[in-house]
Structures are given as structure tokens and as C-alpha cells.
Design a protein around this ligand. Structure first.
Ligand SMILES: Cc1ncc(C[n+]2csc(CCOP(=O)(O)OP(=O)(O)O)c2C)c(N)n1
Length: 656
């Protein structure tokens, strides 16, 4: 059965003339024992909620996964798809894509991400088990990780978090082959991974990764552990390749006809390319049916639940919001805010919004990367998720932004929870690789990112985001919200929760802002991405002032100044540029308007705003890094003031 994986991997890579045969050939024994004897899954229902999760963190070894899915009988993973490895439209892309190929749990390729995703999956499992009981939620998360996965910095954050949280149903199989692309690992690394994992609170062991009995014993032992487990499996990369095995030559290119012929001899595999002998087929076929009884028993347990309990479990796993409850909560909140207007920071507004949202949506799991008091992401009374309290809904991720964002992806992929978390906007850079993957994978993860501009003041330019809004807006599918007051903050939260298949960032202020929205209606005005907050007094605006977040109040004041000078203007709040640009052309044009002068105001770089104001539009914002000073002084020093906005509009009008 293991040789069937090896043969299929080398033949598929050969046919594609590209790909990575080394990992599948080396890890074939480990995968065969895991899938053949331990993994709980049913190919006829790839989304069965209580299946074990398998994450191929070393995504370059995709042919290992595709061979398994093919042998085990996943619908659609035919031999034709294997023959079309890496070709346009096939189910077998270069790296595994969960949104494209049934049976693939997460998208991997950027090393280290899969491992951190798996930590999130194990968190979600532990939490849901605490909520719904072990009769419904009781599965393991397995990871196959390579040297590259463990060299990446994110692995450090992820394993430290997993060890601390004692995620004992997480089992990492390390393909310990001592080879990476440049050559032997000794060129760049001398870490003792077993000791490293042990130091992080894991149980760790080292075995011969070509010895099925040793692999089986290690997995069986790990399943009983009270802590997460590392099994370092000593393997030979490209096992079976006569001259290239054990070298970097087999990592990432086709073996060539001679080497493949030699491997067929070494492996005693006399079959034609893509031909699998009946006994191997039978072994894999049986492995694919091994958990059918377990799934049937699980379905019976689900069916036996009280109707409301079952409905709640199924709702959460579908990812549906309790719509009525949520709408009611949002409207009630708006009415309360409008009845007693206050000047508060949008980070505080977000905390207030979370107080009601997390009640209406018990599937929300919050957190922060050690900035809880600054991000305001922990509503009162939300208990802490820990090894001893897995029903807690707030995660102290520690100073680990990257693993936090990646674990959130794993939580969302697992299903049943909606992860949100917090850090400073400037540290979105530390989360970016994971945010990008959330967007690629269409996952609903929500990042609260506070201290969103020079408005944070004295901490200075290291902490003041300048290019981050533009950089985040450049990520396809991602929604970047920058609300201007408490009402908009709630509306943006509502939109982020409703965006089932997109991640969101909420960029929020440290400094207080006035309440600009005085309406408390059910309609979500931020849904269009932008809307006219203040119309021109005479209906004939000479200037449109566009702004987001804290700069909307500046635009409002600029409008007043312009009016004293006889210039009519309107203010358009732009809480989400993406949603505005996604509107049908006519609707977008109606919001952008026809005023001859367009000014955008945002305490960040201009990049991206031309899509709204045109390349001839005026921009009032940042052109360089910020500085350390009280924030009001910074706004004056960098010229982001109502006067400067009025001046920009006025001089542009004069030039016409
Ligand atoms: C973040 C990231 N950096 C670089 C790469 C490119 N890359 C792919 S595999 C690999 C290392 C290969 O070594 P290893 O992880 O040991 O895999 P093996 O050679 O055993 O298949 C690298 C650098 C990547 N996929 N992701």
C-alpha cells in the first residue's frame, strides 16, 4: 500500500514534469499506517463533523494527499485527475487547496501555516467538545510536518501555544528526513526537535519512519497522551529512488525515466505507470470503509439529541448566524447609543458592540495577542479558554500574532466557531501570511486591529501604521473596515459576521471620536462600503469629501469651514473601500457623486484612493512615517486638519 503511494507520486510528477516526489515517497509508510489504521474519516462524507483532521503542513508533498484521496475513494479524485496533476482545472493543483479539492482540510504550501492551522483546529475541537459533549465531538488533529515547517518561526509560536493549552488531541508526525532544498539540513539547522517540543510542553518521541510497527505504536501511544504529541519519524526522502533517495535531488523535480525504472526495481513494483495492483487497491479500499460504523453511530447519537440541542449544533457547524437574535441585538444597541451620544474611541465602541454580539452569537471566540486591555476584545464575563477550562471563549494567545492569525484560520476551517482576535494594526504585518490564506480559503475570521493611525500618539512611528490599510486592501476578498463612530463600529461588526466566506479587519482608534451617526435604523448603511453622511446644503456640491474612521470628523468640520467661505460640499463616509468598489457601477457612481473636486482624507498613505477620487483628486494624509508626540500635535504637524482639507478643496476649485 505504501509503495502504491510512492509509484503514483513519482508517475504523476513525471507526467507533469514538475512537482515534489521526495516527500510522498519518504512519508508513504507513515501515511499508510495513519490512514490505514488510525485516522477516523469517511470518504463518502468528507465534511463529517467528527472526522479526524489531517493537515499536510508540508503542502509541497501534495501528491501524498492526492494519492491517499484517490486510493481511499474520495469522489472526484479519479486516476484521470492524478494524471492531470498540476494541470489547469484539475482537482490536483500544485499545492493542496481546501476550497478546490474535497478531502483537503486546509490550504498549505507556505511552510509552517498548516501546523499553526492544526493548533486552531485542536482548539476548536476542545471547545466544542466542552460545549456539546464528547459523544458529538471527539476527534484528533494530525499533522504531517517537514523540516521546513519546523524551521519557520511560526512553528515556535504554534507549538508553544499548543503545549501551554495542553491540546492533547493534536499529533504531529514530523517527516524527519534531514533534507531540504539547499541540501542536508546540517547546512542551516542543528535544533534537536524532540527536546524543543518537550521544552514547549509536548510529549515527543523519535522513531524509524519506515517501520510500520513503530509508527503504529507511537500513534497509539500518542492518542492516550495528556499533552500534544510530536512523533519524529526518521525517513529517507525519495525512499526507493536508486541514486537520488536521501538527497535534495529528489525534493522537488521529476525523477526522470531511468531513476523511475530503477525505483520500480528497488520497490519491486513491476506495474505500468498509474497501474495499481488489486491487492493494494483492496487494502486501500478497505481502509476507506474502516470508519463507516463510527460515522453511523455518531449520526445516531446526533439524531437522539433533544431537537433544540441538535439544531444549535447543526446551526453552528453550518456557520449560520442566529439571524433574528443578531438583528435585534444590533438595533437595540444602535437605539441605546443614539439616545445617549458619547465621545469614545472606536476600540471602546467595539467592546460595547461585542458585549451584545457575543451574547447573540455564542459561537464567537475572542482573543488577543497580549493586548487585551488595549484591543478591548474581551467583553465582561467572557471566561478564559485554557487547558482546564476549554469551554472558555477568550484566548490569551500571548505575543504570537502570526500563530494567532493562523490558528484562527484553523478554527474557522474546523467549523462551529467564529474566531475574532486583537492586536495593533501595525502588527498586521506579523499576521499577514495567515490573513492572506484566510482570504484565499474564503474563511470568516475577524481581526480587531486597534491603534490604527498616528492617532495613537506617543508610542511613535514604530507603532503608527501608515501603509497598512493600503497593504491590507490589496489582499483579494479581505474586507478592511474603518468605522468612524460607535454606530458604524457596530455596523461593521455586523457586516464582518455576515461575511461568511471572507475574512475581515476592523481598524479601530485609540483616540476618542464624536458620534456622527444620529440615526438608529435597522438598515446597515456601511453595507454599501460608503454613503453620504452629510449632503451639500444646496444640493449642488462643489466638493465631495471622502474619509474613513477618525478622519470623517475632520471632513465634517472641513465642510463647515468651506460653507463659511461660500463653498458647498458633501461628506462621504467610507468605512469599507472594498465594498464600495464592488458595487455595481451605477450605485458606486451615485455615492461618489459628480462634484468637480474630490478630496480624500485618511491618516495613511494615498495608495488605493485613486480608485475613488481619481488620479486628479486631492489627498490629505500621510506621505512618510509618523512621529512620537501627543496625537493632536501629530495631526497638525502632518497637516491632517479641517483647515488643510478646506484649503485643498478650495485651491483645487480655484485651479479649475
Ligand atoms: C514560507 C515558505 N518558504 C519557502 C518555501 C519554499 N519551500 C518549499 S519546500 C521547502 C523546504 C523543503 O525542505 P523540507 O521542508 O524538509 O521538505 P522535504 O525536502 O523534506 O520535502 C522550501 C524552502 C515555502 N513553501 N514556504
Amino acid at each position: 500500500m505504501a509503495n502504491a503511494i510512492r509509484a503514483l507520486a513519482m508517475d504523476a510528477v513525471e507526467a507533469a514534469k514538475s512537482g515534489h516526489p521526495g516527500l510522498p515517497m519518504g512519508a508513504a509508510d507513515v501515511a499508510t499506517v495513519l490512514f490505514g489504521r488510525y485516522l477516523k474519516f469517511d470518504p463518502s462524507d468528507p465534511a463529517w463533523p467528527d472526522r479526524d483532521r489531517f493537515v499536510l503542513s508540508a503542502g509541497h508533498g501534495s501528491m501524498l494527499l492526492y494519492a491517499l484521496l484517490h486510493f481511499l475513494g474520495y469522489a472526484g479524485m479519479t486516476i484521470e485527475e492524478i494524471k492531470r496533476f498540476r494541470q489547469s482545472g484539475s482537482k490536483t493543483p500544485g499545492h493542496p487547496e481546501n476550497f478546490h479539492t474535497p478531502g483537503v482540510e486546509t490550504t498549505t504550501g507556505p511552510l509552517g501555516q498548516g501546523l499553526a492551522n492544526a493548533v486552531g483546529m485542536a482548539i476548536a475541537e476542545a471547545h466544542l467538545a466542552a460545549e456539546f459533549g464528547r459523544e458529538l465531538v471527539d476527534h484528533h488533529t494530525y499533522v504531517l510536518a517537514s523540516d521546513g515547517d519546523l524551521m519557520e518561526g511560526i512553528s515556535h509560536e504554534a507549538i508553544a501555544l499548543a503545549g501551554h493549552l495542553r491540546l492533547n488531541k493534536l499529533i504531529v508526525l514530523f517527516d524527519d528526513n534531514g533534507i531540504s532544498i539547499d541540501g542536508p539540513l546540517t547546512l542551516a539547522d542543528s535544533v534537536d526537535q524532540v527536546k524543543r517540543f518537550e521544552a514547549a510542553g509536548w510529549a515527543a518521541t523519535r522513531i524509524d519512519g519506515h517501520d510500520p510497527a513503530a509508527i503504529a505504536a507511537a500513534i497509539a501511544h500518542a492518542q492516550q497522551s495528556d499533552r500534544p504529541n510530536l512523533i519524529a519519524c526518521r525517513t529517507t526522502i525519495g525512499f526507493g529512488a536508486p541514486t537520488k533517495a536521501g538527497t535534495e535531488k529528489v525534493h522537488g523535480s521529476a525523477l526522470g525515466a531511468d531513476e523511475i525504472a530503477g525505483a520500480r526495481k528497488v520497490l519491486n513494483w513491476p506495474y505500468a505507470p498509474f497501474e495499481i495492483p488489486p491487492d493494494a487497491q483492496k487494502g486501500w479500499h478497505d481502509a476507506g470503509r474502516r470508519s463507516q460504523a463510527a460515522r453511523a453511530a455518531w449520526q445516531q447519537r446526533l439524531a437522539a439529541l433533544p431537537a433544540d440541542r441538535r439544531a444549535e449544533f447543526e446551526r453552528r457547524l453550518r456557520g449560520d448566524l442566529a439571524t433574528g437574535k443578531l438583528a435585534e441585538a444590533v438595533l437595540g444597541f444602535k437605539q441605546k447609543i443614539v439616545a445617549a451620544p458619547k465621545e469614545i474611541a472606536t476600540r471602546s465602541a467595539s467592546e460595547q458592540a461585542l458585549e451584545v454580539l457575543t451574547q447573540a452569537a455564542p459561537e464567537m471566540i475572542g482573543g488577543s495577542a497580549d493586548l487585551t486591555g488595549s484591543n478591548n476584545t474581551r467583553p465582561k464575563g467572557m471566561s478564559i479558554f485554557s487547558a482546564t477550562n476549554p469551554s472558555g471563549r477568550f484566548i490569551h494567545y500571548g505575543v504570537r500574532e502570526h500563530a494567532m492569525a493562523s490558528a484562527m484560520n484553523g478554527m474557522a476551517l474546523h467549523g462551529g466557531v467564529i474566531p475574532y482576535s486583537g492586536t495593533f494594526l501595525v502588527f498586521s504585518d506579523y499576521c499577514r501570511p495567515a490573513i492572506r490564506l484566510a482570504a484565499l480559503m474564503h474563511q470568516r475570521v475577524i481581526h480587531v486591529m486597534t491603534h490604527d493611525s498616528i492617532g495613537l500618539g506617543e508610542d511613535g512611528p514604530t507603532h503608527q501604521p501608515v501603509e497598512h490599510l493600503a497593504a491590507l486592501r490589496a489582499i483579494p476578498h479581505l474586507l478592511v473596515f474603518r468605522p468612524c463612530d460607535t454606530i458604524e463600529t457596530m455596523e461593521c461588526w455586523e457586516l464582518a459576521l455576515q461575511a461568511r466566506a471572507r475574512p475581515s479587519v476592523l481598524a479601530l482608534t485609540r483616540q476618542n471620536l464624536p458620534l456622527l451617526r444620529k440615526d438608529a435604523e435597522a438598515r446597515n448603511r456601511c453595507a454599501a462600503g460608503a454613503y453620504e453622511l452629510l449632503a451639500a446644503d444646496d444640493g449642488k456640491a462643489q466638493a465631495s469629501l471622502f474619509a474613513s474612521g477618525s478622519e470623517v470628523a475632520i471632513a465634517v468640520e472641513a465642510k463647515r469651514i468651506l460653507a463659511t467661505r461660500g463653498i458647498s460640499s458633501r461628506v462621504v463616509s467610507v468605512p469599507c473601500v472594498e465594498l464600495l468598489l464592488e458595487l455595481p457601477e451605477k450605485e458606486r457612481a451615485a455615492i461618489v457623486g459628480t462634484a468637480p473636486v474630490k478630496v480624500a482624507i485618511e491618516a495613511a498613505v494615498r495608495q488605493g484612493w485613486d480608485a475613488v477620487i481619481g488620479s486628479d483628486g486631492q489627498f490629505v494624509g500621510m506621505t512618510d512615517f509618523g512621529a512620537s508626540a501627543p496625537y493632536k500635535e501629530l495631526y497638525s504637524r502632518f497637516g491632517i486638519t479641517p483647515d488643510k482639507v478646506a484649503e485643498a478643496a478650495q485651491s483645487a476649485l480655484a485651479k479649475r
